[in-house]
Design a protein around this ligand. Structure first.
Ligand code: NAG
Ligand code: NAG
Ligand code: NAG
Ligand code: NAG
Length: 438
């Protein structure tokens, strides 16, 4: 089994009364993923004592003014030097990490789990092993603009624990086409497209599947799965005219069984090829665990009785027929209108990840795609700005109940492609096969 193991869980209880505005911070450092505080590590991820003994010294004497308890957490080598703290700086948690590529760190607000303060994460600098909370940065006595500029530059150049990093790029073009698309025809009339289209409300009817969260119960770089299954779920609903039951495909079965992508990333084409060749299964066959699993009959589709687990044999598979890439505003609109949502790559910026709350997003950026979302429609806002409607996979707490809107390439006199994270550049359509469904 691949080692995606929780290496350590460190909870720093901070005296709230003294640090009025500072939430209690839970600092979690893990290999390959970040676990949720207070949740037990799943059995299959638990490491045996012989395999990994760790030592972490947590000296909780923060400084003279801010003494906390004297509790100590001790774990042994080889990770002794992974975590150190600088007790000279109050409000600072400083974490040195030896192997930044394999370690993710996340800071969670333990006072209110629903409202995680992501601000400090922005300042985490894994390469130098330096984490500075934003409040500390602001209250800094030094008011030296050159150093803060340097810091900004440094931040830009360093890796940080992004929510993305879930996209692999093999360079392969995934395509299976038996006929050209509507927009490839010479007769294609983009003018026939409506000014707005939203699969959440077509004549009062919703065809879109629920928003999910790829990052629980532990961190998993599976946007490539969720962005694609989100679009496919909707497409099955549309093709079946919204008849019960709504489709909820299993992302975990794809992670376990597609043979290429996993919680360390993948490609939209990996999902579509798997859907074409093997068929996908519904969520009830293999519920989401956010971890790389073995592909076996039980993980294809299984269930359990009180004393045993077993694989099922008679279950529905969901297939796709033609699939391929589509790019450009009008072609994308035509595909969405005709068959349903698309899976598209975006270059999700830090600002987008951490600061987007609602509204039509625009940010000038040339970041390469690092995230996959489901593009489901478009519209025009009260100022006449045309936007795309898309579903993300970071739970409903993010954005507009888990969704977002972003400008189309029409924005800024036709230069909107530079302002919309490249959302029109790398999209995939797939025709779903409903011949075996009721
Ligand atoms: C610090 O810098 C800010 C702007 O960057 C300025 O408004 C403020 O007056 C400065 N404070 C001091 C003490 O120099
Ligand atoms: C759905 O769209 C119709 C117009 O087609 C609109 O009248 C209605 O308010 C919309 N419903 C919701 C819930 O947004
Ligand atoms: C498998 O399931 C389908 C639909 O639920 C049913 O029609 C069929 O008889 C089942 N086959 C077997 C062998 O149980
Ligand atoms: C928009 O682009 C057109 C054609 O390139 C140009 O004629 C026009 O002046 C531009 N408008 C603005 C506001 O930049």
């Amino acid at each position: 089994m691949k080692l995606t193991i929780l290496l350590l869980l460190l909870f720093v209880g901070i005296n709230q009364a003294t640090w009025l505005n500072i939430p209690k911070l839970a600092v979690r450092v893990s290999k390959s993923f970040v676990a949720m505080e207070k949740l037990e590590t799943p059995e299959e991820l638990r490491v045996s004592a012989e395999e990994e003994e760790m030592e972490i010294e947590v000296n909780q004497e923060v400084n003279e003014e801010h003494k906390v308890s004297n509790e100590k957490l001790n774990l042994k080598k080889p990770y002794t030097s992974m975590l150190k703290k600088d007790f000279d700086n109050r409000k600072y948690e400083i974490v040195y990490i030896e192997d930044p590529e394999n370690v993710a760190i996340e800071i969670a607000d333990s006072r209110n789990q629903r409202k995680i303060d992501l601000e400090p994460v922005k300042y985490a600098k894994l390469e130098t092993g330096y984490f500075q909370s934003s409040e500390s940065a602001e209250s800094s006595e030094e008011n030296d603009t050159s150093s803060s500029e340097e810091e900004e530059e440094l931040e830009e150049s360093l890796p940080y624990p992004s929510k993305c990093g879930c996209v692999k790029k093999s360079g392969r073009v995934f395509e299976s086409k038996t006929s050209p698309r509507e927009w490839e025809s010479a007769n294609f009339q983009a003018n026939d497209l409506p000014a707005a289209w939203d699969w959440r409300n077509v004549s009062g009817k919703n065809y879109c599947s629920p928003t999910r969260n790829q990052h629980i119960p532990v961190y998993c770089g599976s946007c490539w799965v969720f962005g694609t299954t989100g679009a496919l779920n909707d497409r099955f609903n549309i093709a079946r005219q919204g008849r019960w039951p709504m489709t909820q495909l299993s992302p975990q079965e794809i992670i376990d069984c597609n043979g290429r992508g996993n919680c360390q990333g993948g490609e939209v084409g990996d999902v579509l090829e798997h859907a074409k060749l093997q068929g996908l299964v519904e969520e009830g066959c293999n519920v989401y665990r956010a971890t790389n699993g073995e592909c076996n009959p039980y993980h294809r589709c299984g269930s359990c009785w009180p004393n045993e687990c077993f694989s099922l044999t008679n279950y529905t598979r969901y297939y796709v027929k033609d699939y391929g890439t589509v790019k450009g505003r009008e072609n994308i609109m035509a595909e969405i209108k005709k068959g349903g949502p698309l899976a598209c790559g975006i270059g999700a910026t830090k600002k987008f990840e951490y600061e987007y709350v609602k509204g039509v997003y625009s940010e000038k950026s040339d970041l390469q795609s690092n995230h996959i979302i489901s593009l489901t429609g478009w519209g025009v806002d009260e100022n006449g700005v045309e936007y795309w409607i898309a579903r993300n996979s970071w739970g409903e707490a993010w954005g507009e109940l888990g969704w977002f809107r972003v400008v189309t390439s029409k924005f800024q006199n036709g230069t909107g492609d530079q302002y919309n994270m490249g959302i029109e550049r790398e999209c995939y359509f797939a025709d779903v096969d409903v011949s075996n469904l009721n």
